[in-house]
Design a protein. Sequence first.
Length: 274
Amino acid sequence: MEIRKTHLIGIGLAALIIICSLFLMGTKFFFLLMGMGVLVGVSPFVVSVINETKIAAEKEEMFLEFARNLVESVKTGVSISKSIINLRHKSYGVLTENIKKLSNQISLGIPLSFSLQVFSRDVNNKTISRALTLIGQAEKAGGDIGEILESVAGAVNMSDKLKKERKATISTLVVQGYIIFLVFLVIILVMQFKILPMVSGISGISGEIGANTTTIDQEAISSSFLYLLLIQGFFSGLTIGKLAEGSLKSGIKHSFALMLISFLISAGASLFFG
């Protein structure tokens, strides 16, 4: 991932918040500010990953539209190179500039196979790269290029359709995953602020009558519970992303959301009930 200006600003703000939190060391606000600093520093990177995922999905959608238009043009008897040149003035979202570059290269006499390789490298998408490889090989081998292009467009369309169907089918499981995590969060908070103080009180009574007792460090236990929630949120988010969209990278946004919820609720509860 390329480090951008927004990333540097986020890191700078995070460092400033963390430095300010050091002046509150020993108070109950220290851990809250420290966590906020870390979240501010990580947020730009998470947003970048989310944007990259959206752009990748838009690239596949726009390439499918481009492939369909190309099929229609080639089936009228126009060569594939001329068809690409004719489509350069149409809008294809994030692929518009790439398609213009491809058509300009062909107009300058650069071989189609080489131009497609450059297009594939610039787009940097596995699904599109596979389709472009097939188109390049088909153009070299000859034959009915229109049918081959139609098959490629059909394959891309089927891949996109399967992804959308899986996402729609899994959406219920995604909601269930969030609900299960929130139930787990509530159970942890009840244990931390209700059950453990009761156990600590029983231990104190036993100590008064001479029994051996163990002192419960409430702060250490609170930190342990928070770490447990953050770890659970991180891996739950990755699992949700893998199930819903088929990649762990897509789960980063779910992990960040669950970890943010865990931190804010746990830290807020500690301020009010700790």
